[in-house]
Structure formats: structure tokens, C-alpha cells
Design a protein. Structure first.
Length: 264
């Protein structure tokens, strides 16, 4: 996740590194990452960079996924047209980059107020994301991955209604899952090929904070066994905690995940 190697403020997360984003891309490649998850931030610093076409060969060559963190300012359920306008604007400004998947987080103002909202959610997705946005995703081979903090039985009700919308899938966050009291390895098996994107972080139960990999309640060995069982071939984004030296810690997390994957 962008901003986790050279964060502009080590005491905060989800910040776009406006003065060091190109250096961060280089360092991510040096470490061995295959792609970087671009942080499309609430403050629109990323948007301003891209809108003004502050691009370089590094950006054009880089493979990206994108987290549309800015969409957490809006409610897809309550303010659908505004949300869709923001989504369309985001996809347009990202159009010249090599983007594989786009994560739409359902947190903050976009949080579903109750599990029954899933029925409204599925209906609104079919109505508002099946025309120009759907065409754009199909033409550019982009997956829209919804990150929704609900148990797998509720999530399946959403995606069961979206069969045929092949460009829409689920972003599954293993750390958040543990914090909410779920068992990620079981939920991954339950969700199967609805999982199109994975966020890797470690947290503790009872809504515990983000902690360094291996220090929380996530059983990564079991997570990767389950991902292997469902035939998962998508991206894995490290959305990890930094403590004192983010660049060094990013290398350590990279090696930690490589080790866990090799035991699969």
C-alpha cells in the first residue's frame, strides 16, 4: 500500500506520500514487489498529481492496484449519484496507468449501517455500475473489488446477486476479519472465487489495532492454505503497520509473506 515505505508522517496511516511517491515506487521495486497499491486519498493529493499529468516513465511502467480511500467520504447507499460521479472521475484520471484492480472501501461514511443493506447494495450496483462504469472496467480489464466488513454469509448474499457482473468482486482483508471476530481461512473457503483481491495485515481480536505481521491473531499459514484451495491468483497487498523504520519493515514484511507462501 502506497505511503507505507516513505510515509509523510510516521504517526499516521493512509497518507499519500506526495513528495516521495516516485522514490517509494522505486524502493518497492527494489524490495521485490510486483505492484504498488496506489492510495487515492481523501485529501485528493493523488488526484491532483494525476490530474495535472505529473507522470513519468516510472509511473507508466509501474503495475498498480488502487484503493479509492476518498470514496469513504460518501455513502453509496444514501448518496448514490454523488458516489458514482466520484467513482467515474477516479477511473478517468487513472485511465493511463496499468491498473489491475480498484478497491472500493465500505468504511466511514460509506459503511453499511446494517447487514440488511446488502440487498439495497446489490440492487444499486446492478443499476448504477452496469453501464459506462461496467464498460470501462471490461474494456480495461479492471476488477472493481468491494471491501465490506461483514461476515461471509452476508457477503455471499451480495455477490450471489451479482453473477454475470464479472468485473465486480470482493477485496478480503484478513486483519480486519480477525479483528471483527471472523476466521479468515474459513471465510475465504466460504467465499471462493468471489475473492478477487486480498489485503494483508495483522490485528488482534475485539477490534484490536494494526500490529506488525506475526504479532496479531491472523494465522497466515492457514490463510495461504485456503487461498491455495480456492485457486486464488490475484494480488496480495501489504497494508501493514510501520513502527520505527518503514522502509526496513517493508522488506521484513515482504520476506515474511514470501516465507509463509512457500510453506503452502
Amino acid at each position: 500500500m502506497q505511503g507505507r515505505i516513505f510515509p509523510p508522517d510516521i504517526s499516521k496511516f493512509q497518507l499519500f506520500p506526495k513528495d516521495s511517491y516516485l522514490d517509494e515506487l522505486k524502493e518497492a521495486n527494489n524490495i521485490g514487489f510486483d505492484f504498488v497499491e496506489l492510495l487515492y486519498d481523501k485529501e485528493m493529493l493523488c488526484f491532483e498529481k494525476l490530474k495535472n499529468q505529473e507522470i513519468s516513465n516510472e509511473l507508466i511502467r509501474q503495475k498498480f492496484t488502487v484503493c479509492l480511500d476518498r470514496l469513504c467520504l460518501f455513502s453509496f447507499i444514501k448518496n448514490t449519484n454523488q458516489f458514482i460521479d466520484e467513482l467515474a472521475k477516479s477511473l478517468e484520471v487513472l485511465s493511463y496507468l496499468d491498473v489491475k484492480s480498484v478497491v472500493i472501501p465500505f468504511f466511514d461514511n460509506n459503511l453499511l449501517s446494517n447487514p440488511e443493506d446488502i440487498h439495497i447494495l446489490a440492487d444499486k450496483i446492478k443499476k448504477h455500475m452496469s453501464s459506462s462504469i461496467g464498460d470501462h472496467c471490461r474494456e480495461n480489464c479492471i476488477d472493481l473489488c468491494l471491501e465490506i466488513p461483514l461476515a461471509s454469509n452476508y457477503l455471499k448474499k451480495v455477490f450471489d446477486q451479482l453473477k454475470g457482473y464479472e468485473y465486480i468482486g470482493l477485496c478480503y482483508d484478513v486483519g480486519n476479519s480477525v479483528a471483527y471476530g471472523f476466521v479468515p481461512e474459513n471465510e475465504i473457503l466460504d467465499l471462493g472465487n468471489y475473492v478477487k483481491h486480498v489485503h494483508l495485515k495483522d490485528r488482534n481480536i475485539d477490534y484490536g489495532p494494526n500490529v506488525p505481521l506475526g504479532q496479531g491473531a491472523v494465522n497466515f499459514d492457514n490463510v495461504f492454505k485456503s487461498l491455495d484451495q480456492i485457486g486464488y491468483k490475484g494480488c496480495l497487498t501489504l497494508e501493514t503497520k510501520y513502527v520505527n523504520n518503514p522502509a526496513m519493515e517493508a522488506k521484513q514484511y515482504f520476506e515474511y509473506i514470501k516465507l509463509k507462501m512457500s510453506r503452502d
